[in-house]
Design a protein around this ligand. Structure first.
Ligand SMILES: [Zn+2]
Length: 477
């Protein structure tokens, strides 16, 4: 067994390149276990393990990287030699001259808050929950597909640098989903439930899974028999499991500083937000307060340090509707001169960090859901994201939900299927006219960006919100 020795590897880098200004090493190990059940039969039982190290150097004002899965002394030395050679060769094309100031020394420890560590959670307990959900969905022959899935991830990220950084972070993460599809003739409707965040075995309860299974199957059958969503401008209440997508696509992505700087223009896209907008743009109504919050308890993307070692703190991105701060790491802050956050994140040991969302949240307001419904004369309440489409400037969008409920004269009325709405980002957020006081936290492991591609975890907390006069429309199936 090779002995993993980061300090000797960092010393080698400085010896190998006397002009080296700084070196860092990020070790990561991630085990992922996936269990899936479909129509009462176990469908997937998979375990993967990834382990490796990213070697990072600063030469001639330029940061460069090389990754290796060979953690022996010789393997780490080879990776540092390669990182130094590549960085030296490419430094003449650098867009900015960086210094050690972008990698200040840090020390600390982070651990996901759990009641029962995933390592101590029997996988059979997870499978029992999935089977309980699947069985609870068998309410009617029209429920043609009953699926349940859980992914449990244990990650360790240790970061070292030649100027004395050493952080250790360990994460327990869970992503689970239950889905019922009801079908009749050419019509089909799917209803889902999910929970995603930093949790341990305490979230795997057979009764919780059975209750949600029964609810989603009941609602899928209701939707199958429901009329199509009406079209027209009306008041719209979005529940937290749709707000997460609204926040992600129309706040998170447009505020990424690397997009605003143009780095992502070829692939992920640009942004309608410009550097001059920070501090001045009225993004939304005065009720809109949006934070970057890596300290949020049990949220999917909480951490104490980003992958460049920057200490992660809660910051307001939008305050009282006014744009204050971007989602940009210390490098993007240095290049743009704009305020940012600790969001330099990589998806794996073999990816260099880039500007990512982490937890981006809409802060709770003062309204109850009942008060919001009571204030609507003619409107609709939508739950759970089903589809999304937004342009590459993150401006014009159209989103679909699984479940719609009409609101007539301050009261909930009938269920409608295929509810959709469309808008333009800044106009839409300025229609925000009530913010709920009770938030819920959701997340997704599937935020994609970067070349080569990186798919990363994000978290979003939000209460229900009311938007006035939104264009709503029905769909085909
Ligand atoms: Zn995304």
């Amino acid at each position: 067994m090779p002995i993993f020795d980061p300090q000797t590897a960092l010393a080698h880098a400085h010896k190998a390149a006397p002009d080296l200004l700084w070196a860092g090493l990020r070790y990561s190990r991630e085990s992922t276990q996936t269990r899936a059940v479909r129509n009462d039969a176990p469908e997937k039982n998979e375990t993967t393990l990834e382990e490796g190290a990213m070697c990072e150097v600063l030469v001639d004002g330029h940061f460069g990287y090389a990754a290796t899965a060979d953690l022996s002394a010789a393997g780490l030395q080879r990776a540092f030699d390669q990182a130094i050679a590549t960085t030296r060769a490419t430094s003449r094309h650098k867009v900015h001259a960086f210094t050690q100031a972008q990698r200040a020394a840090v020390k600390g420890v982070y651990e996901s808050p759990t009641v029962t560590k995933l390592a101590a959670t029997p996988l059979a307990q997870i499978t029992e929950c999935l089977l309980a959900a699947s069985k609870a969905m068998a309410l009617d022959p029209k429920v043609v597909n009953r699926s349940a899935r859980a992914v449990v991830v244990q990650t360790q990220i240790d970061y070292y640098s030649s100027n004395g950084s050493h952080t250790q972070q360990s994460f327990d993460m869970v992503d689970m989903a239950v889905a019922a599809t009801a079908a009749e003739g050419v019509q089909s409707q799917t209803r889902t439930w999910g929970q995603t965040g930093q949790h341990g075995g305490e979230v795997f309860h057979v009764t919780t899974f059975a209750q949600h299974g029964q609810r989603v199957a009941t609602e899928a059958l209701e939707l199958l028999a429901a009329p199509n969503c009406p079209s027209g401008a009306m008041d719209l209440i979005l529940m937290p499991d749709q707000m997460m997508l609204q926040i992600h696509e129309s706040i998170g992505h447009p505020l990424e500083l690397d997009r605003i700087l143009g780095d992502e223009r070829n692939y992920a896209g640009w942004s309608f937000v410009q550097a001059a907008d920070f501090g001045t743009l009225r993004y939304g109504s005065p009720l809109m307060h949006v934070t970057f919050d890596p300290t949020k308890q049990n949220a999917f993307a909480s951490y104490a340090f980003d992958d460049g070692g920057a200490p992660a703190t809660r910051e307001f991105l939008i305050e009282g509707g006014v744009l204050k701060r971007g989602l940009g790491s210390v490098e993007s802050q240095e290049r743009s001169g704009l305020p940012g956050v600790a969001n330099f994140r990589s998806s794996s040991w073999n990816r260099a960090p880039i500007d990512r969302m982490a937890n981006v949240n809409l802060e709770p307001g003062t309204s109850t859901l009942e008060e919001m419904i009571a204030s609507v004369e003619d409107g609709i309440l939508m739950s759970t994201n089903r589809s999304w489409s937004i342009d590459d400037y993150r401006n014009k969008f159209q989103f679909g939900c699984e479940h719609g409920r009409l609101i007539k004269n301050g009261k909930l009325a009938g269920v409608v299927r295929n509810p959709n709405y469309r808008g333009v980002t800044v106009d839409f957020w300025n229609r925000l006219s009530a913010v709920g006081k009770d938030e819920e936290t959701y997340g997704t492991p599937y935020c994609g960006k970067g070349e080569p591609s990186q798919v990363i975890r994000v978290g979003h907390s939000s209460p229900p919100c009311l938007f006035k006069g939104v264009e709503v429309f029905g769909g085909q199936s």
